[in-house]
Design a protein around this ligand. Structure first.
Ligand code: SF4
Length: 184
């Protein structure tokens, strides 16, 4: 299949993506300090998921893995909340973002025929209702498991700035960011 990235950004915007941009992956900044924030376990998923630290791998190894990809599709979804600290709304929105991320990934692969991709999402891998990590068992779907941009220590604010995508999108909204790294 002929690989063409023409119109890809416009196309993914029809998949409930608010903003998207194709980038040269060498502009991505990785920060060990950001990665270390995971250990504070504010999200409650630290050491509870194969795709979260520490199980996902050491910062240096993940940075090296991600650096093998030359291109990236950065995309953002934005959701309305009922109030500023609508935590249920944020959780629901993260679940919807995950589905959007999968649609974007599949569309991108179908559209371009590329095979080398590393999709990065938001928070823990959500493929299984309960990650087998907590029971000390192997990952059930290693081909589907998705780590987060945060677990790789990616500076999301810097990434969005470079793409001209806003970090915040207005009062009572939550915005999530995904990045699909790929080689043409
Ligand atoms: S695929 Fe399932 S077992 Fe594997 S990391 Fe994701 S949630 Fe955990």
């Amino acid at each position: 299949m002929k690989i063409s990235f023409d119109h890809l950004v416009d196309e993914v915007k029809t998949l409930n993506v608010t903003n998207a941009s194709l980038i040269d992956a060498s502009v991505i900044k990785y920060s060990k300090e950001f990665r270390q924030l995971c250990a504070q376990n504010k999200c409650g998923h630290y050491d509870k998921n194969w795709m979260c630290p520490p199980a996902v791998g050491a910062f240096e190894d993940l940075k090296e893995k991600a650096s093998r990809y030359k291109w990236g599709l950065v995309f953002q979804t934005v959701y309305k909340l009922s109030k500023r600290f609508d935590f249920e709304g944020m959780k629901d929105a993260a679940g919807i973002h995950e589905k959007v991320a999968r649609s974007v990934q599949h569309h991108m692969i179908d559209r371009t025929g590329i095979k080398e991709v590393l999709p990065l999402g938001v928070g823990p891998c959500k493929v299984c209702k309960k990650c087998t990590y907590v029971d000390g068992k192997e990952c059930l779907f290693p081909d589907k498991a998705m780590a987060s941009v945060e677990s790789y220590g990616i500076d999301v604010g810097n990434l969005l700035k470079g793409c001209g995508i806003p970090y915040h999108n207005g009062k009572n909204t939550v915005s999530y960011v995904g990045c699909i790294l790929f080689n043409k």
